[in-house]
Design a protein around this ligand. Structure first.
Ligand code: GAR
Length: 193
């Protein structure tokens, strides 16, 4: 059997996608293990959730670094110290430098709460509702230098119901994210083995 790939989850907030990945990885047959949760926000609830699951955590506050390159180098140093092979971005709300993206090229995934190429960036759900769309969803994609534009690995769709608020739609999409991300990561690892 292939050794499980060592994955770090980078997050800035709740960390519910990190939990979904870590729960999937509790199965010894899952082809990856979550070895680190790293956040640019020391108080991110996702870090506490990771600790509660016995996952190592690191906080790297952006403010402590003179520029983005210095921040990104510090992050890479921590990831490499943990033997990280793959990065799963999960609500990591910081733009990464071109140098960081190049360093991790082909080894960094992201989940985005829209059916890319629709609605890159923020407020995906409000924009989908305002456009009168009847479906929304989420996308797992490879991270490239252009924001939310890398090759798509997997998508899941949910309906937009009449009268939906952005929060209601976000909650429905989030449920789909929690199934999609573990499947997409496993497929990616198995297909790149
Ligand atoms: C998720 O909905 C994720 O798709 C989104 O942030 C949320 C994080 O939730 N990501 C982005 O908007 C990236 N631009 P979580 O912290 O509970 O996983």
């Amino acid at each position: 059997m292939m050794p499980r790939r060592r994955v770090a989850v980078l997050l800035s907030g709740r960390g519910t996608n990190m939990r979904a990945l870590a729960e999937a990885a509790r199965d010894p047959a899952y082809p990856a293990e979550i070895v680190l949760a790293l956040s640019n926000r020391p108080m991110a609830p996702g870090l506490e959730a990771a600790q509660a699951m016995g996952i190592a955590t690191a906080a790297v506050p952006g403010k402590q670094f003179p520029d983005r390159d210095a921040f990104d180098s510090a992050v890479t140093a921590i990831l490499e110290a943990h033997g990280v092979e793959l990065i799963a971005l999960a609500g990591f709300m910081r733009i990464l430098s071109p140098g960081f993206v190049q360093h991790w090229a082909g080894r960094m995934l992201n989940i985005h709460p829209s059916l890319l190429p629709l609605y890159p960036g923020l407020d995906t759900h409000g924009r989908a509702i305002a456009a009168g769309d009847t479906e929304a969803g989420c996308t797992v994609h490879m991270v490239t230098e252009e924001l939310d534009a890398g090759p798509v690995l997997a998508q899941a769709r949910v309906p937009i119901l009449p009268g939906d608020t952005a929060d209601e739609l976000a909650a429905r999409v989030l449920v789909a994210e929690h199934s999609l991300y573990p499947l997409a990561l496993a497929d990616f690892v198995r297909s790149s083995a």
